[in-house]
Design a protein around this ligand. Structure first.
Ligand SMILES: *[C@@H]1O[C@H](CO)[C@@H](O)[C@H](O)[C@H]1NC(C)=O
Ligand SMILES: *[C@@H]1O[C@H](CO)[C@@H](O)[C@H](O)[C@H]1NC(C)=O
Length: 363
């Protein structure tokens, strides 16, 4: 396996030497027309602001402290999140939150829509009434409305073509694993069975999205959930929680298999699977090589590792946000999100497979 520092170095050389030659052949014609984002708080860009009863919100300081104009938008970050960086890579504006669009028409969907909602899960075990977040099944229903709007606007074959070239970004599973970790009721279900339920449900929803036009999927696996500050403070040594990490790896395996199955079942599906676990693990194990100095404590919060109290207006926040891995007790800083997207966009196959996101956009 390539050492991380070598990899970064090799990539710099590659982009200097090779990239300008190939860039011309990947121009306009093959740029993706839109990005549709499904997921949880890693990629929510403000949907939860529109859920009056939800406590899973980030539309207050110190969130957004490094966002343009220093405003809190509902992103669980000091600045941009993963969805923003993916859009930047392909030269699109960030896809707007679906719930901000009201009774919009097809034209406002043209460059994509973001359905992601903080706290959302695949199985939705803790929020059966959908008051706290928009779960996967509901995000997919919302997409079907968007697809209809686009069909009215572009015509059936126009919309089909538009969607088949667009990226469908999927980030799900963290909240299901955290719910399992936090609930002795859920743990009455054996882990294997719980993870199998997650995979089956996700697979069916991805199939629905495919049937309604999607062809290019970017699906990201889970980072080491047991290493986020909220989990570390439950370990007396402040090390990572082994159990949560084991559950995370089990889900990631199921996710990788379900993507292979889908590809063989659905003739024209293509995908890039982002290996979040080894990417983030390398940040934690080798911080300096990635420009980090603090990979355990949250930047914003209160108490032990700044993780006993969430990032609220009363919480403290660090000034050196560029060298922290975690913004708050669960979420990455803007710096970490940007670096992570570099890895799945351009990285070698141990970080994005069977192809990376750049290759997916070029198909
Ligand atoms: C806590 O962290 C240590 C490493 O510091 C690890 O060996 C131990 O297994 C962890 N405990 C739990 C309960 O995960
Ligand atoms: C794949 O796409 C091609 C071209 O659009 C089409 O002709 C073919 O029927 C599709 N195959 C499947 C299995 O959907």
């Amino acid at each position: 396996m390539l050492h991380m520092a070598d990899y970064v170095h090799a990539r710099m050389i590659l982009s200097l030497l090779v990239f300008p030659i190939f860039q011309a052949s990947w121009s306009q014609g093959q740029a993706v027309p839109a990005i549709f984002v499904f997921g949880d708080s890693f990629v929510d860009v403000g949907n939860n602001n529109y859920l009056p009863l939800s406590l899973a919100k980030a539309n207050f300081p110190h969130n957004g402290i490094d966002f343009p104009a220093h405003i809190a938008t509902g992103r669980f970050s000091n600045g941009k999140n993963i969805a923003d960086f993916i859009a930047e890579k392909v030269g699109l504006p960030s896809s707007p939150p679906y719930l901000s669009l009201g009774s919009a028409s097809g034209v406002s969907y043209l460059t994509g829509v973001n359905f992601a909602s903080g706290g959302a899960g695949i199985l939705n075990p803790k929020n059966p009434l959908d008051t706290q977040s928009v779960p996967l099944c509901k995000q997919v229903q919302q997409y079907l409305e968007v697809q209809q709007g686009l069909t009215q606007h572009l015509g059936s074959s126009g919309a089909q073509k538009h969607l088949s070239k667009s990226l469908f970004f999927i980030s799900f599973g963290s909240n299901d694993i955290l719910a399992y970790s936090g609930s002795s009721d859920l743990r009455m279900t054996p882990l294997q069975e719980y993870v199998a339920q997650m995979a089956t449900t996700l697979k069916a929803q991805l199939k629905t999205i495919y049937v309604h036009g999607a062809r290019k999927f970017v699906v990201v696996g889970l980072p080491p959930i047991g290493c986020c500050p909220s989990q570390r403070i439950t370990n007396t040594t402040r090390g990572c929680r082994d159990d949560s990490n084991t559950w995370t790896l089990l889900f990631n395996d199921a996710l990788a298999s379900l993507l292979q199955e889908l590809k063989s079942e659905l003739g024209n599906m293509t995908y890039s699977y982002g290996h979040s676990y080894p990417i983030v693990k390398s940040f934690i194990e080798n911080p300096a090589a990635h420009g980090f100095r603090e990979v355990k404590a949250a930047c914003c919060g209160l108490g032990d590792l700044n993780a006993q109290i969430a990032c609220l207006p009363v919480s403290q926040h660090c000034s050196n946000r560029g060298d922290h891995l975690f913004w708050d007790l669960f979420h990455p800083t803007e710096a970490a999100a940007g670096l992570y997207v570099d890895y799945i966009y351009d990285g070698p196959s141990q970080y994005a497979s069977p192809i990376n996101v750049r290759q997916l956009t070029a198909i």
